[in-house]
Structures are given as structure tokens and as C-alpha cells.
Design a protein around this ligand. Sequence first.
Ligand code: R5P
Length: 296
Amino acid sequence: MIELHAFGESCELAKRLEAALPGEASLRTVDVHRFPDRESRVRVASDGAARAVVLRSLDDPNPKLFELLLAADALRRRGVREVGLVAPYLAYMRQDRVFHEGEALSQQVIGRLLSAAFDQVLTVEAHLHRIQRLEEAFTCPARSLSAAPLVAERYRGAPEPWRVIGPDEESEPWVRGVAEAAGLPYTIAHKRRSGDRRVEVELPPMPETTHAVLVDDIASSGVTLAALAGMLRERGVQRCEAVVVHALLSPEAEARLAAAGIDALVSTDTIPHASNALSVAPLLARALAPDTEGAD
Ligand code: R5P
């Protein structure tokens, strides 16, 4: 039996994960107290099982990271031998090299930090570009699961003539994976980012398209999706949907997407958001307990 310890904001996904692991996992909520000086006290309700997994996504990562380290320590003090982390969204993956002199290599820093606290790390669609496998940044076993089949499933066999649109060359392998699994054509845009909220995109020539689905691993400020949607509308696209894995979206970003003419936004439940319509729970369950029947 896996003790599944979820932080408050991850409880909905944790319930789905427990349901996808019938008889294999018992869910508990991590109790967090925030002192007036903003320190945190973390308490776990553990029976000292052989195996425990802590569930928390690392959007707004800085306070959440430290509480994760406290939870891992608390579980070991209760006698748990194997403490795993499931972080459906894993932060600090974008800085995978020193882009400018004087910067830290944050992907390596978070990899070292989490590897010291946990025995394994599991995530979904980590933002990996210059490294192939998550284990290159971690010293403990670490795995990033692909959400491409989940995204593709939504459009496979659809009667409308959908075309999948990817935002930039970096995303090409993932976008191709989604398009191939869905049996749809795809086009990759070219993106130039000149600031946190400033991007320019160019679309290569493509056959006449009426239905476009923009796919991306992350939507944050929403400017990438908004710029793409604007270009697609100019090209005569009638219906424009967006599917993202990690909806890191602020309210300001949601307004931006609506104004850009995105008809529907869909995301997975790695980060709680109103657009969550695809659950990663079965994916995570299969990775945690490959032999469990309910994991499918
Ligand atoms: C970038 O490499 C990612 O794949 C996303 O395209 C990016 O994080 C989206 O950010 P924003 O919504 O702020 O444009």
C-alpha cells in the first residue's frame, strides 16, 4: 500500500490518483501551518509505511519547494523507507543552460535539491529541450511522462478537419507526437521572444485551414497562444482551440486568450485551473504501480 500525501491544492488530482489505484494507495492530506513570519510547519499523517509518495505541483515554486523538503523529512522521521515525489508540474526546467554570464543553472539546482530529499521523482511533460532525459538533471531516478497521447485522444477521429499548430521549433518533436497520434497534419510556427510578455510569431505557408488546435506544454502569460491565434485568424481559420499541459495562467492571461479569439482552452489537471478537462491521474497511476488493473 502506497501512502499518498497530498498538499491542499493538489487534493482533487490526488483523489483521482487514489481512484486510479484501487486498493493500492491511501490518501492523506499534508497539514501546513504558516506562521506570521511566513515560515511553514508541515505535519504528515503517516503510519510509517514502506513506501510513501508526496504529491504537489510546483507552480509558484519557491514556498512550495521548501515545504516539500519538510514533508520528505517528516516522512523519514515517521520511519518511511522510500519517499517519492510526484510533481505533475516541475518548475525551473526552462533554464537548462547558462544563457547569460552570471546566471545559475536552475535545472541542475532543483535536480540536486530534490534528489537529496526524495528517492524518486515523477513528473509530466517536463520542459526538456537541451537534455533528453530528466535523469540528466537528477541524481535519483527521475521520469517525465508524456502527455502527448492524452492531448491527441481529444482530437483523434474528430469529424472536423483539424490542423495541429506548434509554437516554435523547440516544440516540434512533441507537437509531431500529438499530431501523429491524433492522425492530423501539423504546422510549426517560428517564435521570437523579446520579453516575458513579448513574442513575435511567424507561420510558414500552410494549406487552407478552417480548424486549428494550438498545442503547447506550458501557457503562462498567454502571449504565445494569443499571437498564434491572431495569425491564424488572419489566415481565415474559423475555429481556434488551444490545449496545454500545464495551465500556469494568471487571470490577465485568460483575458488575453479570450481577446485573441481562442474559442476554447483545454488543459490537463497538473495545475488546478478552470480549463482542466484532461486528467493525468491514469498516467501517473500506471507509472507508480504498473501492475494495477485500475491504472488504465
Ligand atoms: C516555451 O518554451 C514554452 O513551451 C511555452 O511556449 C511558453 O512557456 C509559453 O509562455 P507564455 O504563455 O508566457 O507565452
